[in-house]
Design a protein around this ligand. Structure first.
Ligand code: BDR
Ligand code: CA
Length: 313
């Protein structure tokens, strides 16, 4: 089993990513770390507990991390994810569950001693703080997959920037530069591929027929998201970005892309843009594998078969 830490900001699609990861017998989720992003960090923590409760996996520890970006003002995405960060499902909080350590301490201790990967599906603030406090532990990450950024695709927070990198561009820049320094590459699962993953009403209805427990949970948390997508861009369905990062970790052949040097713009009109030097203008060592092709059907086959623990009919 490959050990993995999920660093996230739940968040509707983060929740689906956690559900997928917990359904994969090939993966051992050793912990979940929360960063402020879609929801303030305490709300993200409550939401992660709700997802673990639904999955009957409250044995997995959740650690609270950064409550604000490194230097920018914190801006949540509750307009997209609902007032409770979970699509206004207003599920009951899960009481009596809190870890002593914070997210950075947990990441530091775990990555130092174990061979462990990180799937980061929120802003990269926790990982940047880890670099500042224990660079060696960060360098020890087995594989780093980050849902964030965009290459040829339009941004979702500005014409050029995706939310996770836009929210804390300073952190993203630190993480990408550290990867270059240690001659490793981040696997960037950005909007080019994730925007193709649309949960449609048909797919959701199909899931409800096959598994009413997961089906009704996912309907509760995505209903708001469906409305948001219709109002925002006239899509019938909702884009679920984060589970693709987990699916790619499990089955890399689902995506393909280019290996290149990538830099993050930290300020100004391009704030948060992931600038991919596909033609090697800057002659810098590659620090990213930028995924730009995805097998959408393959993703949904994997998502459904893992969640339902059986191949879709
Ligand atoms: C990313 O931003 C968040 O709203 C989602 O959870 C995802 O991680 C997509 O831009
Ligand atoms: Ca997220």
């Amino acid at each position: 089993k490959r050990k993995v830490i999920i660093d996230c900001d739940p968040g509707i699609d983060d929740s689906l990513a956690i559900m997928l990861a917990l359904s994969c017998e090939e993966i051992e989720v050793v912990g979940i770390t929360i960063v402020c992003g879609n929801a303030p960090v305490e709300m993200g923590f409550e939401n992660a507990k709700k997802v673990l409760k639904h999955m009957n996996r409250l044995d997995i520890p959740i650690y609270i991390g950064a409550d604000k970006p490194l230097s920018k003002t914190y801006i949540n995405a509750l307009d997209t994810h609902g007032a409770d960060g979970l699509g206004e499902s207003f599920l009951d909080n899960v009481e009596g569950y809190r870890q002593d350590d914070d997210a950075i301490t947990f990441l530091s201790k775990t990555l130092q001693k174990d061979i462990c990967s990180v799937i980061a599906i929120g802003p990269l603030t926790n990982l940047a703080l880890l670099i500042k406090t224990n660079e060696e532990a960060f360098n020890h990450i087995d594989q780093l997959v980050s849902m964030g950024g965009n290459y040829r695709s339009h941004g979702n927070c500005s014409p050029v920037a995706e939310y996770n990198y836009w929210e804390d561009p300073d952190a993203a820049a630190i993480v990408y530069e550290q990867m270059r320094k240690i001659h490793k590459q981040i696997h960037m699962v950005g909007l080019d591929v994730t925007r193709k993953i649309v949960l449609t009403p048909n797919l959701l209805a199909y899931l409800e027929r096959l598994d009413s427990v997961h089906g009704s949970f996912i309907r509760k948390i995505t209903d708001f998201y469906f409305t948001f997508h219709w109002e925002w861009e006239h899509i019938i369905g909702c884009v679920i970005n984060d589970p693709l990062a987990v699916a790619y970790f499990l089955k890399p052949e689902l995506c393909s892309g280019i290996t290149a040097s990538l830099e993050i713009a930290t300020d100004g009109i391009a704030r948060g843009q992931s600038i991919v030097d596909a033609y090697d203008f800057y002659k810098k060592e590659a620090n990213a594998v930028v995924l730009n092709q995805v097998d959408v059907e393959g993703f949904f086959t994997l998502f459904y078969s893992k969640l339902l623990n059986k191949a879709p009919q």
